[in-house]
Design a protein around this ligand. Sequence first.
Ligand SMILES: NC(=O)c1ccc[n+]([C@@H]2O[C@H](COP(=O)([O-])OP(=O)(O)OC[C@H]3O[C@@H](n4cnc5c(N)ncnc54)[C@H](O)[C@@H]3O)[C@@H](O)[C@H]2O)c1
Length: 337
Amino acid sequence: MLSRLARPAAVLCRGLATSAQNNAKVAVLGASGGIGQPLSLLLKNSPLVSRLTLYDIAHTPGVAADLSHIETRANVKGFLGPEQLPECLKGCDVVVIPAGVPRKPGMTRDDLFNTNASIVATLTTACAKHCPEAMICIISNPVNSTIPITSEVFKKHGVYNPNRIFGVTTLDIVRANTFVAELKGLDPARVSVPVIGGHAGKTIIPLISQCTPKVDFPQDQLEKLTGRIQEAGTEVVKAKAGAGSATLSMAYAGARFVFSLVDAMNGKEGVIECSFVRSEETESPYFSTPLLLGKNGIEKNLGIGKITPFEEKMVAEAMAELKASIKKGEDFAKNFK
Ligand SMILES: NC(=O)c1ccc[n+]([C@@H]2O[C@H](COP(=O)([O-])OP(=O)(O)OC[C@H]3O[C@@H](n4cnc5c(N)ncnc54)[C@H](O)[C@@H]3O)[C@@H](O)[C@H]2O)c1
């Protein structure tokens, strides 16, 4: 069976007829990194993408030369260093940003703030100037702060559109689907668990009660499963023992999100993904919930829906941390020059 990732993008695309529908111009900023390289490979492999521009402060000529030999139609070009960034962004429909340092054992995502906040602010400033209409997908952590930073940067430049700025939390959904499938002996490609809230520890809130197909767990197993989903990133950080955090599964998740977005931009109906976005669904000004995507980004926020008292408690307990991380990002962006 085709995976979720292969489904929208079809299989390999030799001889694929080009149509006006499949002409997404996508930029990856941080393209030489652990996430950036496999993500760029998956994007290059998709018939949805016609132009792939790769930016980093190192190694992009090599990554681009390598990818450009693959027999798919996306035109690949590498851009190196800040003076080449504007050219990388011009005309882009979608910009994906996995630039920045990853966690090492013992670190929280918030520990990355000092380095990654300015990287994200710098890159999104360039996006606001050179492709203000593009969909901006931020992977760089801490996502709970880097999305508010991006919003503030776009506001500063007078080009803010909350329907086009996304915190990529798809890996939490991918993990939840996989872990539920493992426990229940299901095909993971057929499991769908919404994950709401934010993208750090207790702010990651899987809604197992809304899983399709419907699954039931005794409370102790439910709590263990929920904890594993929340700490799955740390599981990878520990296993990599200092060599970084999730890269391959994140590349898969990032590509899944971009393909959903591009499908929706191309007019496909009923495309739903969870993402950390500007939100009025709770008292937190940014919050992830399932979103109906469309030609212009978020078409409709589908909200939290019916949840259990256990899930309600998690939402309530996430609020303080979410609001603090959001404020930290907003304060940083206000002082960023
Ligand atoms: N959203 C998620 O679910 C999720 C999951 C895993 C990792 N992450 C985050 O993704 C980020 C990248 O992780 P990684 O493992 O690929 O790290 P990495 O160190 O392997 O790669 C980062 C890349 O960013 C580049 N970079 C640094 N500063 C830059 C700048 N100013 N402009 C352009 N590029 C720059 C580096 O040269 C490097 O190639 C980290 O912040 C990590 O925490 C997010």
